[in-house]
Design a protein around this ligand. Structure first.
Ligand code: NDP
Ligand code: 2IT
Length: 454
């Protein structure tokens, strides 16, 4: 039968009905799968070997999900019982790899979307890494260092059985940074009685890699630079809106400033700040220390610098800009936000966060001809440098800053190139969503086909 658009639509709808029935109440997982299946269905219909081996069905079912209770005691002696998960999604091309998230409204559905996306992202990096994600509904906000330590140690008492340097290698994500990785690694090492690279994002004194801290943000900007270069443009002089002020947003902002971009916004869960003059090195350094060291609120940037305004409860997408970097959380950029960006003439969007744009927003931006770099390609630099940290740990070496940063730049160029190879249309424009999904898929699917029915 000919593969018409209508046939593709019918097959996508049928596939999604089954997926939603099997995974009720998990809208973010449905959304992430829909975006991928829309890109892959034409490929699956043209290649019967994928259909016969049920590759799409197998790739949308995690290998396993581990769920456990984490009991811990706060500073006042009160007992808490939080829930934690590890979703080991697919290890066809390497050990499971992906972050841990601590956020009060985390759900299994969110972790399944993140684990699913991670499979494609990790494949795109070209490194031998499978996909996983995990975390807890523990809320680290307002907790003392000792409370966070006790929580991390308790979590690791269970998690350590399921991870290992050749099995599953967790890292950071929302709410999990250097402090939490250190507590977890310290406890892992104690329980396993082995010093191996089972977590990445470690401190530099104990096996961490240079540039891992900055890698996701830098990598997102490198990816944006590649998209712009292809159309004869550059970051220099461009007005940039960034959301978030965590690990990803901070180092995207730093790299943008370095490359001559004018960053006019940053945000946290309470609102955004607008700086019409653009953040300079001083304001960036204030913001970095505010967020990384003092764990303060974004409004303090507006209190500290005249000319910077804080907008409570709002997102930055209404501010006119050439480039946008949603770098906070999922579904933070909806269709009305996309419309506002388009009306203000936005040229390109690179997702620093995972799935920050809704399905409707992505379609709107693409239809308007905006270059759109999806998270699984644009933010792959973080996990890529995690992969380089694994290599350094296995070799018991530490590579210099320049070497890791250079490798990160090369990997982001290669990720971009793969998106072009798989996403370029007859008119020469690139659908980066399709390109990333297909390029990420092919390698994993090849491995799964080779293994037979496993
Ligand atoms: P951080 O915890 O360092 O920062 C998260 C930022 O997003 C904070 O500014 C936070 O504000 C804001 N935020 C979190 N949840 C919400 C929410 N529900 N509504 C509004 N704002 C919110 O996390 P990261 O920077 O590490 O992660 C940001 C995104 O990037 C996530 O989507 C993550 O999955 C993705 N990512 C991270 C990588 C990494 O290496 N860390 C790699 C690739 C992707 P507040 O402090 O007020 O909560
Ligand atoms: O979403 C992601 O790619 C991450 N949070 C980083 C994962 C990793 O293993 O470094």
């Amino acid at each position: 039968m000919e593969v018409t658009d209508q046939r593709v639509r019918q097959e996508v709808d049928k596939f999604m009905r089954g997926l939603v029935r099997r995974n009720p109440g998990e809208p973010e997982f449905h959304q992430a799968v829909l975006e991928v299946i829309e890109s892959l269905m034409p490929l699956a219909l043209e290649n019967p070997q994928y259909r016969e081996a049920r590759i799409l069905e197998r790739m949308t079912e995690p290998d396993r999900v581990i769920i456990f209770r984490v009991t811990w005691e706060d500073d006042a002696g009160r007992i808490h019982a939080d829930r934690a998960w590890r979703v080991q999604f697919n290890n066809a091309i390497g050990p499971y790899k992906g972050g841990l998230r601590f956020h009060h409204d985390l759900t299994l559905g969110v972790l399944k979307f993140l684990g699913f996306e991670q499979v494609f992202k990790n494949s795109l990096t070209g490194l031998p890494m499978g996909g996983a994600k995990g975390g807890s509904n523990f809320n680290p906000k307002g907790r003392s260092d000792r409370e966070v330590m006790r929580f991390c140690q308790s979590l690791m008492v269970e998690l350590h059985r399921h991870i290992g340097e050749d099995t599953d290698v967790p890292a950071g994500d929302i709410g999990v940074g250097g402090r939490e990785i250190s507590y977890m690694f310290g406890q892992y090492k104690r329980l396993a009685n082995r010093f191996v690279g089972t977590l990445t994002g470690k401190g530099l004194a104990f096996g961490g890699s240079l540039v891992r801290l900055e890698a996701t943000g830098y990598g997102t900007v490198y990816f944006m630079r590649e998209m712009l270069r292809r159309i004869g443009e550059d970051v220099d002089g461009k007005v940039c809106v960034v959301s978030g002020s965590g690990n990803v947003a901070l180092y995207a902002i730093e790299k943008l400033i370095e490359l001559g971009g004018k960053v006019v916004t940053a945000s946290d869960s309470e609102g955004f700040v607008h700086d019409p003059d653009g953040l300079d090195r001083d304001k960036f350094e204030f913001l970095r220390a505010l967020k990384e060291e003092r764990r303060g609120r974004i409004r303090e940037l507006a209190d500290a610098f005249s000319g910077v305004t804080f907008y409570p409860g709002a997102r930055p997408w209404g501010v006119a800009a050439d480039l946008a970097f949603p770098s906070a959380t999922q579904n933070e950029l909806g269709k009305d936000d996309a419309r506002a960006l388009i009306e203000n003439g936005v040229l390109a969007v690179a997702e620093g966060a995972n799935m920050p744009a809704t399905h409707e927003a992505v379609h709107k931006l693409k239809a308007a001809g905006v270059l759109f770099g999806p998270g699984k390609a644009a933010n792959a630099g973080g996990v890529a440098v995690s992969g380089l940290e694994q290599s350094q740990n296995a070799l018991r070496v530490s590579w210099p800053h320049e070497k890791v940063d250079q490798r990160l730049g090369e990997i982001m160029r290669e990720v971009h190139e793969k998106c072009v190879t798989y996403g370029e249309g007859p008119d020469g424009t690139v659908d980066y969503v399709r390109g990333a999904n297909r390029a990420g898929f092919v390698k994993v699917a090849e491995a799964m086909l080779a293994y037979g029915a496993v």
